[in-house]
Write a protein that binds this ligand. Structure first.
Ligand code: LCS
Length: 405
């Protein structure tokens, strides 16, 4: 961290934009254009050759997108950022960048369902193999490293189990073995956790979630600790595979990002209230929340995160039938995948986000049929608790006499 660094609450509002270069426009202008006119043929030549800086064509760079990228670089303490048209485009781009046929990737034991799908395709088509392991200790990680291992790819907290991976342990092992570390930081947002400061090489986000915060954009962001390497990815994989963000979506993300600090505070305070209610309920088996004092991984959470965030998972007694009945009995809380929106959302990972994962792998990730994931929104907490109460009561009534265990 540099000495005169502004606080993250200020960076989300101002970083990367100077209105003086934009006719005083206070809001970042939307450059909704596919191409940029050159004054002369020579200028075009110079822009393409890199002799002169400046926009060429929006797949290669766009001024609105650049503000978003610069803001994210500062927020994640990185050196450069690339914005993508989805979180999966960010995931696939970094994995394509870091691997070649015959390489091996070491992953946290849980990952988002589509990331799992991508890794399966990479294995089948290109013989880029992977292992999902629990990474509880440095020794455990070290044992799983093979001669062909090139990178460690992790989520923490893991979608949807909320299991944590110790970033300090991962960084220490990676350093000893010369491995690159990629952290999917979607669940924490840059507000709660900054893996680059702990030793990761790349951080990525499904910006669809907390970065945007309003449930109306699909986007991804990749931040690196090496500017040259990020620019190299921009001018190769991003340019040639073409998974870029649209200027309008970047503009919406800039708008959403301005309120990230206040949103994350509310998501967290609401989640803390809800977790206390949920974990005491007799129909709940287990609850998973990073900053729950009863969480066996609370120490890890405190070391690498500044607060617990807005996601809670829990298992309900009675398996899938009860879990689905519970969901159907809610009214304010909406049944939907995605997370990090203003609206509180609930989903059933076994049949939704992680339904593409074969059952054995899914159970090994800790995703049982009774697991539910709650993305706590920005509503008034007591209204949400009342909604949960109503659904538990409904479940009790339906189960009346059935004796669920
Ligand atoms: N990484 C994580 C941890 C995610 O949760 C998701 C999407 C992605 C990457 C991919 O981002 P996208 O391309 O959708 O922007 N997670 C979802 C989820 O849990 N429910 O719906 C989507």
């Amino acid at each position: 961290m540099t000495e005169n660094r502004l606080h993250k609450d200020t960076l989300v509002v101002h970083e990367g934009y100077d209105s003086k270069s934009h006719q005083g426009s206070l809001a970042v202008p939307l450059y909704q254009t596919s191409t940029f006119e050159f004054e002369t043929a020579k200028q075009g030549e110079n822009r393409f050759s890199g002799v002169e800086e400046g926009p060429i064509y929006s797949r290669l760079g766009n001024p609105t997108v650049r503000v978003l990228e610069d803001r994210m670089t500062a927020l994640e303490h990185g050196k450069g950022t690339l914005a993508f048209g989805s979180g999966m485009a960010a995931v696939s781009s970094i994995l394509v960048h870091l691997t070649k046929t015959g390489d091996h990737i070491l992953c946290s034991r849980g990952i988002y369902g589509c990331t799992f799908g991508l890794l399966s395709t990479m294995e089948e088509k290109y013989n880029i193999t992977h292992d999902l392991i629990q990474m509880r200790t440095e020794e455990e990680i070290e044992k799983a490293i093979r001669p062909e291992t090139v990178c460690i790819y992790i989520e923490t907290p893991i979608n949807p189990t909320m299991e944590l991976v110790d970033l300090y342990a991962v960084a220490a092992v990676a350093k000893r073995h010369g491995l690159r570390v990629v952290v999917d930081n979607t669940f924490s947002s840059p507000y709660l956790q900054n893996p680059l400061t702990i030793g990761a090489d790349f951080v990525l986000h499904s910006a669809t979630k907390y970065i945007n915060g309003h449930g109306d954009v699909i986007a991804g962001l990749l931040v690196g600790n090496d500017k040259e390497e990020i620019e190299q990815i921009r001018m190769s994989i991003q340019k040639d595979y073409g998974g870029i963000i649209s200027p309008f979506d970047a503009w919406l993300l800039i708008r959403g990002l301005k309120t990230m600090s206040v949103r994350m505070e509310r998501h967290t305070s609401n989640a803390e209230k809800l977790v206390n209610y949920i974990k005491g309920h007799p129909l709940v088996e287990e609850t998973f929340y990073p900053f729950d004092v009863d969480n066996p991984q609370y120490d890890i959470a405190k070391r690498q995160m500044s607060a617990g965030g807005g996601l809670i998972s829990f298992t309900i007694k009675g398996g899938q039938e009860s879990a689905q009945l519970f969901m159907d009995s809610l009214s304010l809380i909406k049944i939907a995948v995605s997370l990090g929106d203003a609206e509180t959302l609930i989903q059933h990972p076994a049949t939704m986000t992680h339904s593409v994962v074969p059952e054995d792998d899914r159970l090994a990730m800790g995703i049982s049929n009774s697991l539910l994931r709650l993305s706590v929104g920005l509503e008034y907490a007591d209204d949400l608790i009342k909604d949960l109460e109503g659904a538990f009561e409904k479940l009790e009534k339906v189960n009346d006499g059935k004796k669920i265990k």
